[in-house]
Design a binder for this molecule. Structure first.
Ligand SMILES: Cc1cc2nc3c(=O)[nH]c(=O)nc-3n(C[C@H](O)[C@H](O)[C@H](O)COP(=O)(O)O)c2cc1C
Length: 174
């Protein structure tokens, strides 16, 4: 097994984070890995917004919690979140954004960071509060959220989950 396959097979969604912030060099490496995801017709219309500012991180977590109808921190205490946004004028926007999310999650793991995809980015950036953030960040208001990749460190790493069997088929010549 090579290093890439080992990384893919050992990645886990981490749902408990310490306060330790993600340093610049690791965050930049994760963000850059996102740029290398493929996109339909090479449109590259996917944006990754890394948020470490506590007030903005807390606002995003609060909106997420409100949309979910819950009362806990949906970001599990992670101090950093990368919001992935895509241009819905491209008919592959969901697929393009999801591939970026996959790159972010796997790159984070390869660098010793913990990460998890947190849902409801679409609903968040469809809200007036989300549109206001897009304006503040200088991004087009038509962008739609694909996913939130929370990032940080954990002191209780989970064990990778068993994979369900019977989901691979190989159709070879009879
Ligand atoms: C599209 C998508 C949305 C997800 N949303 C959430 C979420 O909102 N909250 C959460 O705790 N985990 C979320 N997850 C993480 C899944 O719970 C996790 O991937 C799944 O349990 C498998 O575990 P693993 O990532 O450790 O293999 C999401 C994953 C995907 C792919």
């Amino acid at each position: 097994m090579n290093e890439t396959i080992r990384t893919l097979k050992s990645r886990v969604s981490v749902k408990k984070y310490t306060d330790k912030q993600v340093p610049d060099d690791l965050l930049d490496a994760v963000l850059e890995a996102g740029l290398y995801a493929p996109s339909g017709m090479n449109n590259q219309k996917i944006y990754s917004v890394a948020v470490r500012d506590k007030a903005t991180r807390d606002l995003l977590a609060q909106l997420n919690t409100r949309i979910r109808g819950a009362d806990t921190d949906m970001f599990y205490g992670a101090p950093c979140v990368i919001v992935v946004l895509a241009d819905p004028e491209r008919n592959t926007w969901v697929e393009d954004g999801s591939l970026v999310m996959g790159n972010l999650l796997n790159a984070a793991h390869s660098l010793g960071l913990s990460a998890c995809w947190i849902h409801r980015a679409r609903e968040t950036f469809d809200l007036p509060e989300g549109k206001e953030l897009l304006r503040k960040w200088g991004l087009p208001e038509r962008l739609r959220g694909v996913g939130n990749c929370v990032l940080g460190y954990t002191d209780t790493p989970p064990i990778p989950k068993e994979r369900a069997s019977g989901r691979i088929l190989k159709i070879d010549q009879a």
